[in-house]
Design a binder for this molecule. Structure first.
Ligand code: HEM
Length: 494
């Protein structure tokens, strides 16, 4: 059997690192032209076999974890940041138990409790002139401006700590915590992925921050344990009560490390998605208006105000849902999902094959890579693939939705127009949250956090764009908008 074709490159070890690193989407598209849906490129000595399209996603995300392994691909990046004995530092079966524990913390009952808290945080943030006035707002009728990423990063950590992380963390979101967080974050970069151990100050700061952050959480956990069972709706309260199948409870440092992992998993993904969403809303005033009218329709009161929403109501807002979905289609925060190949694995001929009767085999020691970005912006699947078009999701009879339906029917895919994912299977062109055993468990929380944030903002302000929607910056772990990322806003008059 043959191996998948290798992407041509001039530099032996570095390989295609520059092309991939600067713009993975266009790098993959250019490779697809030459080599088809499956090819291998060299990334600083690693051999990475890319599998594109819905079938490629299925090959990578639906694979057995004993063959296509996530721990081996990620642990050198994540374990120094999260800490030991959790996530990719433990065998997959143990991590699956930990994921189950986290799901308890993300129960519907907890999510219900979060809507009001997030609303409060966003309102408080927006009412604090210091947060917005610094960006140039003077008179109440003026257009002010703000850097969307800075604002979203602040709101995301405020809302995540108020809800999931718990009141102690929220009350200690001071300079010390921010510094620790920044030091950890500085160790969660593509450089850390490529080179696990460099004698750099940022690596040492990352390691020190992990120790300090662990102490910070362990202290909170111990105080909670001493206080006895509590009724908080947060992750610490949920995790304290969990036991592994063999009867052992979670240890304090494991709870601490899970909390760090959740902080890292949710912070950039949500703040990036929120930033892109607001940029597109600002770019399309009609979308902003539709969102506002949706709020008025569902939550308007006879005296002309807007009342608070519940979690159930939030899930039933079609325009809001479509805005988040379409944002995640064009800007999936994670552009490359990787696994380490522990055993030779053959590529299904329906995905790619060297000849009519042949199969490609990806050898042990390679990495495999799926890219939601490629399948989510594939012109073969989506009409006007590059365009932000909410009607794809709001109007099942519209041309964009019909085009997608035609694709789905032809490929035997089921489309669900309800809240949440398009399809739960591993073979789908739309997978911002991944699929299979490693699928995201933060999706509902992210929709809730983003939905409440966007609604609360839209109730208060109109948004416009100063410059075109920025290009993607792929140099960070999570795809961010390049600078400038300025949004103009004006407070609504009631
Ligand atoms: C896994 C995306 C928010 C926790 C994943 C994966 C993706 C993803 C693509 C699969 C990774 C892989 O297969 O290698 C996103 C996006 C988010 C988001 C787009 C927001 C818009 C969150 C939040 C949390 C979270 C808020 C926590 C509260 C996790 C966890 C996993 C995961 C625990 C499982 C990793 C595994 O099983 O290997 N996410 N995520 N995510 N995410 Fe998220």
């Amino acid at each position: 059997p043959s191996k998948p074709p290798t992407v041509f490159h001039w530099l032996p070890i570095i390989g295609s690192a520059v092309g991939y690193g600067n713009d993975p989407l266009n790098f993959f598209l250019a490779c697809r032209e030459k080599y088809g849906d499956v090819f291998t490129f060299i990334l600083f000595g690693r051999r990475v076999t890319v599998a594109l399209g819905a079938k490629g996603n299925n090959f990578v995300l639906g694979g057995k974890s004993t063959v296509l392994n996530a721990e081996d691909a990620y642990t050198h990046l994540t374990t120094p940041v999260f800490g030991k004995d959790v996530v990719y530092d433990v065998p997959n079966e143990k991590f699956m138990e930990q994921k189950r524990f986290v799901k308890v913390g993300l129960s519907t009952e907890n999510l219900r409790a979060y809507v009001g808290m997030i609303e409060d945080e966003v309102e408080e943030y927006m009412n604090n002139d210091a947060n917005f006035r610094v960006y140039g707002m003077n008179d109440i009728n003026d257009w002010g401006m703000f850097d969307v990423v800075s604002v979203l990063q602040e709101i995301t950590i405020l809302t995540a700590s108020r809800t999931l992380q718990g009141k102690e963390v929220r009350s200690k979101l001071d300079k010390t915590f921010s510094q620790l967080y920044n030091d950890l974050d500085g160790g969660f970069t593509p450089l850390n992925f490529l080179f696990p151990n460099l004698p750099l100050e940022s690596y040492r700061r990352r390691d020190r921050a992990n120790v300090k952050m662990t102490e910070f959480y362990v202290d909170i956990i111990q105080k909670r344990r001493q206080a006895g069972a509590d009724s908080d709706h947060d992750m610490i309260a949920a995790l304290i009560k969990q036991t592994y199948r063999d009867g052992t409870p979670l240890k304090d440092h494991e709870i601490a490390h899970i909390l760090i992992a959740l902080l890292m998993a949710g912070q950039h993904t949500s703040s990036a998605t929120g930033s892109w969403a607001l940029l597109h809303i600002a770019e399309n005033p009609d979308v902003g208006e539709a969102l506002y009218q949706e709020q008025v329709k569902y939550f308007g009161t006879p005296d002309g105000n807007l009342r608070s929403m519940t979690y159930e109501e939030l899930r039933e807002l079609p325009v809001l849902d479509a805005v988040i979905r379409e944002t995640l289609r064009l800007h999936p925060p994670i552009h490359s999902i990787m696994r380490y190949v522990r055993d030779d694995v053959s590529v299904p001929p329906s995905l790619a094959a060297p000849s009519k009767d042949g199969v490609f085999v990806v050898p042990k020691g390679h990495y495999v890579l799926a890219s939601p970005s490629v399948s989510q912006m594939d012109p073969r699947v989506w009409m006007d693939a590059q365009r932000f078009d909410v009607s794809r999701w709001t109007d099942p009879d519209g041309v964009a939705a019909q085009a997608f339906k035609a694709y789905a029917d032809e490929n035997g895919e089921k489309i669900d127009y309800g809240f949440g994912a398009v399809s739960k299977g591993t073979e789908s062109p739309y997978q911002p949250f991944g699929a299979g055993r490693h699928r995201c468990i933060g999706e509902q929380f992210a929709y809730l956090q983003l939905g409440t944030l966007i609604s609360t903002m839209i109730r208060k302000v109109e948004l416009r764009l100063k410059d075109p929607v920025p290009a993607h910056n792929y140099h960070t772990m999570i795809v961010m908008p390049k600078k400038p990322r300025t949004i103009l806003y004006r407070r609504r008059k009631f």
